[in-house]
Design a protein around this ligand. Sequence first.
Ligand code: ATP
Length: 235
Amino acid sequence: DQEGAALAIDDLRVSYGKVAALRGIDLRVERGEIVSVIGPNGAGKTTLAETITGFHDYRGSVRHRGAEVSGRSTSDLVSEGLIHCTEERDLFGHMSVADNLSLGTFRRGDADERRSFVYELFPALEERTDQHARTMSGGEQQMLAIGRALMSAPEFLILDEPTLGLAPVVLDDISDGLERIREAGVTVLLCEQNVTFAMDHADRIALLENGELVREDTPESLRDDDYIRDVYLGG
Ligand code: ATP
């Protein structure tokens, strides 16, 4: 059911000059699913995330709810509920937590309700509403970046390496938040280098290596895959 898929990618190719970053990717994400794209540095995860939200020219097809993303503006895609939480987090460092959240409110709807949802998800943010983003810990900043994305009422949320640089104890907060996001019915594409984290949350995993999708399966099946075990799960 292609029209029904949240995201349908066919033979996607993206290059930076002579560097082919994505070399013919096929991927479906159904509504309400969490699909994780894993792979080492430089595999093409960020390029894939950016292409879906309209940042790169591409060959092949990338359809969000049946419509090609090529040539459409970011605001158009955001208004359809496609929200990208980037690897850089892109917070406004000299602004407060509360103001960073307010700036995420790109879509119509009840901002107070969404803010309450964010504070319920991440109580650490509610304790720090007046604190400047730049003075927060890495984990708190990541919660704020996800919280700000949630202020736009995503229907499809792209999370690019939300666990990057975070201590294990902080991962639990991000994990809990992600499960609540799932319960809220949001479709998620999770780009992750942390394979264990990805396997704990994703319905399906897609492994990218050097711009190619080399595996696509459930976490359960991949845990029994010798190659995945040896290379990505430490044997
Ligand atoms: P990481 O986890 O390290 O961010 P990644 O899986 O997200 O890696 P990408 O950042 O998508 O991978 O990079 C894929 C390839 O494209 C790499 O070879 C990288 O050097 C190249 N690349 C990425 N961005 C650019 C750019 N703006 N200009 C030229 N080459 C780029």
